[in-house]
Design a protein around this ligand. Structure first.
Ligand SMILES: Nc1ncnc2c1ncn2[C@@H]1O[C@H](COP(=O)(O)OP(=O)(O)OP(=O)(O)O)[C@@H](O)[C@H]1O
Length: 789
């Protein structure tokens, strides 16, 4: 192990490694949360512009995703079909109006033959029009479904691309400090301005006002619900607009035949009505709709949190506080609903007056000509019908304001989400470029070039931590690493950045292991976050083992589902995904498929083929009845080559992180992690349970360690990954890790961990770290405490 550096604060000699601790005087030249800040700014600005005209370009940006994406021809075909059908159905509506006119005229004139002729005409029109109308509805529904499916998939992919979900959650969390405190909303831009000055201008939950700090509230709701509503409203309003234009043109012709002045009057009448409606209600309705979406999502989120943390809340007897919090969020929802009702009542009053006037006006204008015998009685009703149709067309905003407001709010929310995710195309394009470099050209140089950029988690520059992979490296290299907490929008409540490490350099070699220690909150986990690329604020370089992803497999699953990994991170909280027991054991690669690309991110960075352990041969193994259908989908595992004496299990495990491990391999690994009876106990590998509540924390940690042993990475990071285990189990597991993982870094507090590590990295505070061999550290501790090691 090696390092570079100056003097240690104690002045003692280092062992094989030194730590440089230069600047301890704040965050000086270190850029803080730059990348997060830019996303946040976009989120804020997008949330702030709520006028209908400002929303239109955003709506078009969203709509373009489908109409110019891979499915563009299907999209345009659907659009053309529904517009053509809208035109046809409108034409039939005009014909129906003529048939109705003939009806009325024949009835009023007691013309029996004319009446039956009108009935015949009416029936013929209906026979053709009815199937057309229903076909129109079918095509429209298909359009909505296809559009929604496409947009949801794109958003979901982007959400998981470049760990956007993590960065968004970080911003959301940090802005949610004091989530239940009422906040003044006046500064939050037009969207949070109360329409009535009462409750709408009152308390706003922090999740809603996430835009204040740049956070995006409830991304899940945006992806699940807002996309659906956005698509439905877009289709329905666009078609309404098309139909209105057609019907306006068609009925203007009809009305022009009756009275030209009536047509002119109609246009002026509708223009005044639209202006008054938008001015009085437009912005208010959009604001309220936006707020309603956010607060309903807040309410649901608070209930989901209770479900997820049921046991902790029950232990704390914290249900009282949680009830109050949930009810206060319900109050927020009800407050917005009450505002919406109030404004809807005013809006209804206005539209009623307006539409009753619409009934009266044409009769008032045409009746004198009827009385003078200039026109027939049927012309009056036809003029009224045509007038009402043109009015409906021209009053599209007046009549659809609620839906338009909803669409505007959904557009804002989706636009902000996409901005926070850094767009939909960039991340995917970067991924494709890497795949192409690795899969296609085959040249080591190009692969190495791709590898060099593989781990770069944010645009280069002096103010972010640079990360790269080296296929020949078997350990870890940190070069002049400086780490600071995300500040501003990405940090806690916009607080100033905290310096956690400065000018930290070290090199960890194969066979070496590092224990990171220090007081709580000093930055141990954050160091791992920086190494994993979750945090980028700071400077310096992290070099990790790993190569470019291998070429696509036949099943389209991509290289991500094959081969073992180079780097594996075990976080502090074991994650139990939804799914059966097999999924828990093979996470993160268990579900990797054509869509998701597998564990190429922090949990598993690919190990080059040359670095795989020998003995990964593929004899098929049979599955026991208890293992259910798992054997069929399990990839073959091989024996031999393991120094632990568990030849079968180790070889089987070697392919686990690559997406294939036999059920026998899993059983053997369960044995290794002291969970020999787990499969028996829960009823099989295919059983689905709520694993976070069914397994104890220690059991969850053992499952997480199983994943690590299965992956057999070149380098592993364990963040308090054995904190819930008893000493002997911890010792046994570290024994296995030492044998199967070339090099590892642990974060922990317990002194027993010392015996499983060759070196200790101690945080001294203020960004200063010190490296010792384990023995030296132990001696120093003993001297400091007066106890013998
Ligand atoms: N998203 C964040 N934004 C700003 N500061 C953060 C963020 N996450 C953590 N911090 C702060 O960074 C500091 C280091 O946190 P970290 O989790 O690395 O501590 P730790 O040494 O691992 O602590 P422990 O031993 O208690 O797990 C803490 O002061 C913490 O409050």
């Amino acid at each position: 192990m090696s390092g570079s550096g100056e003097t240690k604060p104690t002045g003692e000699q280092h062992t094989a490694l030194q730590i440089q601790a230069v600047a301890t005087n704040g965050v000086g030249g270190v850029a803080v949360g730059k990348r997060m800040g830019s996303g946040a700014a976009v989120a804020h600005s997008s949330a702030a512009s709520s006028s209908l005209s400002a929303v239109l370009p955003k709506w078009w940006r969203l709509a373009k995703i489908w109409f110019t994406g891979e499915e563009r021809w299907a999209a345009r075909g659907y659009a053309a079909a529904v517009i053509a059908l809208a035109l046809l159905t409108t034409l039939f509506s005009v014909h129906i109006s003529y048939a109705q006119r003939d009806f009325s005229t024949a009835l009023s004139g007691k013309d029996v033959a004319g009446f039956y002729a009108a009935v015949r005409k009416f029936v013929i029109i209906i026979v053709i029009a009815a199937p057309l109308f229903s076909f129109n509805a079918w095509v429209e529904e298909r359009l909505v479904l296809s559009w929604r499916a496409y947009l949801t998939r794109r958003l979901t992919r982007a959400y998981f691309e470049n760990r956007a979900f993590y960065h968004i959650q970080q911003r959301g969390d940090s802005t949610a400090v004091g989530a239940d405190e009422p906040r003044p909303v006046a500064s939050a831009g037009p969207l949070t301005r109360g329409p009535s000055g009462s409750s709408a201008g009152g308390p706003a939950s922090s999740a809603h006002t996430g835009s204040l700090g740049g956070g995006i509230d409830n991304p899940d709701q945006r992806i699940c619900d807002d996309v659906g509503s956005f698509v439905r409203s877009s289709v329905s309003l666009s078609l309404t607009l098309c139909r209105k234009i057609f019907s306006c043109t068609a009925f203007a012709g009809v009305l022009w035949g009756v009275s030209g002045s009536l047509v002119l009057f109609m246009f002026v009448y509708a223009a005044v009505g639209t202006f008054v409606t938008t001015a009085m209600f437009g912005r208010v309705m959009t604001t309220l709709f936006y707020r309603q979406l956010a607060r309903e999502a807040d309410l649901r989120f608070s209930l989901v949190r209770v479900r997820e943390n049921a046991e902790s809340i029950a232990f704390y007897r914290g249900e009282g506080g949680e009830r109050v919090r949930v009810l206060s969020r319900l109050d927020a929802v009800l407050g917005v609903a009450a505002d919406r009702i109030r404004w809807s009542a005013l809006y209804d009053l206005w539209t009623s007056v307006y539409s009753y006037a619409t009934i009266l006006v044409p009769s008032l204008l045409t009746a004198p000509r009827y009385f003078s015998g200039e026109i027939e009685f049927g012309v009056i009703s036809q003029a009224s019908f045509a007038f009402s149709r043109i009015d409906a067309a021209l009053s599209i905003i007046i009549n659809n304001l609620a839906q338009i407001s909803g669409l505007a709010a959904e557009t804002e929310r989706l636009d902000a989400l996409i901005a926070a995710m850094g767009g939909l195309g960039a991340a995917a394009a970067a991924g494709e470029a890497l795949e192409g470099a690795a899969a296609g050209r085959g040249s080591r140089d190009s692969a190495a070039a791709a590898a060099a950029t593989l781990l770069l988690s944010s645009p280069g520059g002096d103010q972010v931590i640079r990360r790269r992979s080296d296929p020949d490296l078997r350990g870890l290299v940190l070069q002049q690493l400086a780490v600071v907490t995300p500040s501003g929008p990405g940090g806690v409540g916009g607080a100033a950045a905290k310096l956690l490490a400065t000018d930290l350099s070290l090199a960890l070699e194969p066979g070496q292991s590092l224990l990171v220690v220090g007081p709580s909150g000093c930055g141990k986990s954050s160091l791992l976050r920086a190494i994993a690329g979750l945090w980028t604020a700071g400077s310096g370089t992290v070099v990790l083992p790993g190569g470019p992803p291998p070429p696509q497999d036949e099943d389209g699953g991509g290289g991500a589902t094959r081969g073992s990994v180079a780097v594996f991170f075990l976080p502090q909280k074991p994650f139990m995904p939804l799914g059966d027991l097999r999924t828990q054991l093979t996470f993160p690669s268990g579900l990797a498929g054509p869509e998701d690309g597998g564990p190429t991110a922090s949990a598993a960075i690919r190990r080059p083929d040359s670095a795989r352990p020998r003995g990964d041969t593929d004899p098929d193994l049979e599955s026991s009845p208890l293992l259910g259908g798992g054997a069929g989908r399990a990839a073959p595992a091989g024996g031999g080559g393991d120094d632990s004496g568990r030849a079968g299990s180790a070889s089987a495990s070697a392919s686990a992180a690559g997406g294939g491990i036999s059920d026998e391999g899993l059983l053997s690994l369960l044995d290794d992690v002291c969970l020999p009876d787990l499969v028996q106990r829960v009823g099989g590998l295919d059983v689905e349970l709520n694993w976070s509540s069914v397994l104890s924390v220690g059991e969850q940690q053992r499952v997480a360690l199983l994943r690590l042993l299965a992956a057999r990475p070149t380098l592993a990071f364990l963040d308090e990954a054995t904190s819930a285990l008893d000493g002997p189990t911890e010792g046994r597991l570290y024994g296995l890790i030492r044998k199967r993982v070339g090099c590892y870094v642990s974060v922990g507090h317990r002194m027993q961990l010392l015996q499983h590590h060759t070196h200790v990295l101690e945080c001294l505070g203020g960004g200063v770290w010190r490296l010792d061999s384990s023995d030296e550290y132990q001696r120093r501790m003993a001297a400091a405490t007066g106890l013998h090691p």
